[in-house]
Design a protein around this ligand. Structure first.
Ligand code: FMN
Length: 187
């Protein structure tokens, strides 16, 4: 089992990263291989809208730190997409990477949009200070696009999570662990 974990927050041990690691570290105890991409430490540009990925190439034509992570998505069984909610969307680092995933879609067809092989699972982790239903549109929108790529999507919304280090996230860590066990046992 190959897991790619995309960590959007600049906070290395912030709430979204900790919940993501609760999932991946549990999966690793079942034998999964985990590759983590801390997006904030990587140098990459946002999508240029050049359409090189649909004309000159079947991959994103930009060459930077996002290239390897995008390539890894072809080989992943599970992809963790973890980001804090900033002003009603995902944080910028995450969104810039997400836009580069345009290169994983085909645009020459009315169906079967994804260039990714089928059968992949996504875990979307969104953390926020507001209550759980405050940004349900964010989870809905990202779920819809992840489904376009063919992912079976699980979502974990961490609500009421402040930026302070003493924020209690235990219930979310446990939920991530439980989901990892469930997914790994069903393999
Ligand atoms: C620039 C900025 C914008 C934010 N915007 C929102 C928001 O719109 N809604 C919300 O509920 N929380 C918002 N927050 C709070 C974070 O989403 C929340 O504390 C989250 O748990 C942080 O995740 P992290 O620890 O993984 O970075 C914002 C925080 C920052 C720094």
């Amino acid at each position: 089992m190959n897991i790619v974990s995309l960590l959007g927050s600049a906070r290395k041990n912030g709430t979204s990263a900790r919940i993501a690691r609760s999932f991946t570290s549990t999966a690793a105890t079942y034998g999964a291989t985990v590759t983590e991409y801390p997006l904030n430490t990587m140098q990459y540009r946002g999508c240029q809208g050049c359409e090189g990925c649909h004309t000159r190439s079947d991959r994103c034509v930009l060459r930077d730190d996002a290239t390897a992570a995008l390539d890894q998505l072809y080989h992943a069984d599970i992809v963790v997409f973890a980001a804090p909610v900033y002003f009603g969307d995902t944080c910028g680092q995450f969104k810039s990477f997400y836009d580069r995933m345009w290169s994983l879609l085909r645009t020459d067809t009315e169906e079967e949009y994804s260039r990714l092989p089928p059968g992949k699972t996504a875990l979307l982790i969104l953390t926020q200070v507001d209550r759980a239903d405050a940004h349900s549109d964010v989870a809905k929108r990202y779920t819809r696009t992840l489904e376009l790529y063919g992912f079976t999507v699980h979502t974990l919304i961490g609500a009421g999570l402040r930026l302070q280090p003493n924020t209690d996230i235990d219930s979310y860590l446990q939920a991530a662990t439980a989901l990892a066990r469930e997914l790994m046992r069903s393999e």
